[in-house]
Design a protein around this ligand. Structure first.
Ligand code: TMP
Length: 237
């Protein structure tokens, strides 16, 4: 399957059409962004690491019965996916307090959240991805009540599967963001799952091994991603 017309260039991935109207190619680039795209840098190997990481995770989720858009890894930095009609809402599950939740509520980073929290954000960089809720999403026609319920159920299922996977590598899955879309009337997991869109800490030292290394200028960003990949068994070569 070959890339055809460029459909969309995101902050870290480009999306191409293919000869099959139901399938797209995602190209993982080395671009790394923070501050809603206001800071962008190139990090060597990131596209390849995230593509392999995402393929591994999507396969694990499919094995657990969660439908995803993943079809096939095409090359080091390309994946073939189903073309979804994306819902412009980001679903965030948190097991421990970090990031915007800490800032919003003045919590201590690392406070355990039991049960895990679930939040929705409107996907709009210009507005800074503002927090929304189910009611707003329904009233504005972004998704139906039933679709939002399915997204919530799937997000919690993903959390169960991945918390166990990371735990086996002596890692803590602190929080993560998912995006869903519709494929032939079904809610399907889209976008990517990589250390760009989640927080992962070492279980013992609490060392950050995710994109916070970039956001907080801690250095060794991709080395952190590779450490996580190695511990959970992602084949990197
Ligand atoms: P937050 O603490 O900034 O709200 O982010 C929570 C988690 O979701 C964190 O792992 C980062 C991820 N996330 C994204 O990857 N992109 C986004 O646009 C948002 C809002 C969150």
């Amino acid at each position: 399957m070959q890339r055809q017309k460029l459909l969309y260039k995101g902050k870290a991935k480009s999306v191409y059409e293919t000869e099959d109207n139901d399938l797209l190619i995602l190209h993982f680039r080395d671009d790394t962004s923070a501050l809603d795209g206001k800071r962008i840098e190139q990090l060597a190997r990131k596209g390849v690491v995230n593509n392999r990481f995402n393929a591994f995770i999507m396969q694990k989720l499919a094995d657990a019965g969660i439908e995803t858009h993943f079809e096939e890894q095409l090359s080091d930095d390309e994946v073939l996916v189903k073309r979804l009609e994306m819902i412009p809402v980001e679903c965030v599950v948190r097991n421990f307090a970090a990031g915007s939740l800490v800032r919003r509520l003045g919590l201590e980073e690392g406070q355990e959240l039991t049960p895990p929290t679930y939040e929705l954000f409107y996907k709009d960089d210009g507005l800074g991805d503002p927090m929304v809720n189910e009611s707003i999403s329904i009233s504005l026609g972004w998704a139906t009540d039933a679709q939002l319920a399915k997204m919530k159920e799937l997000s919690h299922q993903v959390n169960q599967v991945l918390t166990a996977l990371f735990d086996a590598g002596d890692l803590i899955l602190v929080d993560f963001k998912l995006e869903f879309g519709v494929f032939h009337d079904r809610i399907v997991l889209g976008d990517e799952f990589s250390p760009d869109g989640c927080r992962i800490w070492d279980k013992v030292t609490k060392k950050k091994l995710d994109k916070d290394r970039f956001r907080q200028s801690l250095g060794d960003v991709i080395e952190g991603y590779e450490e996580v990949a190695k511990r959970i068994g992602v084949p990197l070569s």
